[in-house]
Design a protein around this ligand. Structure first.
Ligand code: G4P
Length: 526
């Protein structure tokens, strides 16, 4: 097969949701359809279970599992589908943000009873920043939930998405009868426990009330007719161009655990979802069709066994063909590297690959060469953009509790930061090392891993920081003035970028008022 066909058949996407909305269940059902797994229950959740929030041994175990479930590839209707797993737990949100940089589209799962939840809002806002096309799947229709129109309103107002329902539920909970597939003009009758058969999918014009009534009964048919009429009036018809530009989100209804509505979602997804998209670098945009290989590291996974301290760097192929044992330019290290055992994640099993195409993810064994965001090319100097750090929400100062192990601590902290476990800020005035994370859980993970993997020990001092804001200023004099006045509050991030550590929202406001020439950013790429 030629490279153009290889590229066009690839669909690389992520499922984003608030924990418990049904991401793992939906992933599993998609894999069943793709033949990647044979039985339900084969996909172990990558999520950190609710009860385990302070049990980091459990986290470590789950981290082990999550290597296998980080990327799952399968073939479906002549397409190669790559699902990138995104941790739902809020303390791992950074990981999810970075994974979003490697996908070309997303499916947003929403629980019909809970509606739009906090984590969904955050993740969708990151997808929107990148204009990623999104399909919404409203899950758990076998349970009582919110009114479908109210839910669509929530999606529009709280997520800022312009929706277009492509299926519509008939009843819900006890009265749930199925969905009308607007996209394909089919009535799909609900059978619990995946008992649906071919006969339950009936091609039916939405105006054929008589036939609808035979299957649904009088009142539900009347209701469906009214609902479809309202949909026609208030929502714009589906336009693929709008979806691909991130301006319109198709919505499907179903029940993942009952395997209902999932096939409709997948069939539509493989048809409309974008093929691998170009990516921007500091130098230029890179198109998938370019013949030279380029790619970037968006995730690093450490081996949890301390005897084998190797890591897997996950590389998204952006252009050309990645080939085993071929020397590639590691731009940051200015070094040619070759990879004898690149790994693919086909059918949720790891296996060595000879080549990988744009849209694919390859896992490279790494002994410490990679940082998140690193670029690989055949030679050209390029730096991929789009993996910013966001201001952490929790900060603590690192204290070395074993002076004999200073070096181990420094190395451990540096490598964990390269993996993207947390962010490190070094204060300008005192050189104090401050770790910033999205959630408190990371501090325990870091402490545990420093001890078990690097033989170093540390404790944390509380520190009063509200936010870390990256700063820039065109006016050199004004910048110098700012730096001299706020020296005590300034630090360097791991890439040497200047950061303002504000102890309150008020401090940010004051700094902005007193230094109007200075720009303050909540993320490291601006
Ligand atoms: P997550 O990855 O988004 O966190 O969610 P996950 O798939 O683990 O689903 C969370 C819970 O919701 C699970 O129940 C799952 O079985 C259930 N669920 C998923 N889809 C549906 C659905 O369509 N209808 C209903 N009624 N439930 C659904 P659990 O009890 O937490 O776990 P488990 O013991 O069933 O695995």
């Amino acid at each position: 097969m030629d490279i153009i066909s290889e590229i066009n058949k690839r669909k690389t996407f992520g499922i984003v949701s608030h924990p418990d909305a049904g991401k793992t269940t939906l992933t599993e059902k998609l894999l069943l359809f793709g033949g990647a797994i044979q039985i339900a229950g084969a996909v172990k959740s990558n999520k950190i279970k609710k009860h385990a929030t302070s049990d980091f041994m459990e986290i470590e175990k789950q981290r082990g599992i999550s290597v296998a479930t980080s990327v799952m590839a399968f073939d479906y209707r002549d397409r190669r589908v790559n699902i990138l797993d995104t941790p739902g737990h809020k303390d791992f949100a950074e990981d999810t943000y970075r994974t979003i940089s490697a996908v070309d589209s997303a499916i947003v799962v929403i629980d019909v009873a809970k509606g739009v939840e906090e984590q969904t809002k955050k993740l969708v806002s990151v997808c929107r920043m990148r204009n990623i096309p999104m399909i919404v799947f409203i899950n758990k229709l076998d349970r009582e939930g919110k009114d479908a129109f109210d839910l669509l309103d929530e999606v529009e107002t709280l997520l800022g998405l312009s929706v277009c329902p492509l299926s519509w539920p008939v009843g819900m909970g006890q009265r749930f009868q199925g969905v009308y597939n607007i996209y394909e003009s089919k009535l799909v009758l609900f059978r619990p426990h995946s008992k649906q058969t071919q006969e339950d999918v009936i091609e039916l014009d939405p105006d054929d009330h008589e036939s609808l009534e035979k299957h649904l009964g009088k009142n539900p048919t009347k209701q469906l007719g009214e609902d479809l009429g309202v949909i026609n009036q208030i929502y714009d018809p589906f336009e693929i161009e709008k979806y691909l530009n991130g301006e319109q989100s198709p919505v499907f209804f179903g029940s993942a655990v009952n395997n209902f509505g999932v096939k409709e979602l997948l069939d539509c997804f493989v048809e409309i979802a974008p093929a691998p998209l170009p990516r921007v670098t500091e130098e230029r945009a890179v198109l998938p069709l370019e013949s030279a290989f380029t790619g970037f590291v968006f995730k690093i996974h450490a081996n949890i066994d301390p005897k084998h301290r190797d890591r897997i760097a996950f590389v998204r192929v952006v252009s050309g063909v990645f080939r085993k044992n071929t020397p590639y330019n590691h731009i940051r290290l200015e070094k040619m590297l070759r990879f004898p055992n690149p790994t693919s994640f086909m059918a949720s099993k790891k296996s060595i690959v000879d080549e990988a195409f744009p849209g694919d993810i390859v896992g490279l064994y790494d002994s410490g060469n990679f940082k998140i965001g690193d670029t690989l090319t055949e030679g050209e100097i390029l730096h991929f953009k789009g993996i910013p750090s966001f201001s952490p929400e929790e900060f603590r100062a690192v204290v070395n509790t074993n002076p004999m192990k200073r070096k181990q601590l420094d190395k451990g902290v540096e490598q964990l930061m390269d993996e993207g476990v947390a962010q490190l800020f070094t204060t300008l005035e005192t050189g104090k090392k401050i770790i910033g994370t999205v959630g408190a859980l990371q501090f325990e993970v870091i402490q545990y891993r420093l001890e078990h993997e690097y033989g170093a020990s540390c404790s944390y001092d509380p520190i009063n920081i509200h936010k870390a804001l990256w700063v820039s200023c065109e006016d050199k004099k004004a910048f110098e003035f700012f730096k001299s006045r706020r020296k005590r509050d300034l630090a360097m991030d791991k890439d040497g970028k200047l950061v303002f550590l504000a102890d309150s929202g008020w401090a940010i406001q004051m700094a902005k008022e007193n230094h109007p020439e200075v720009n303050f950013y909540e993320k490291s790429e601006f």
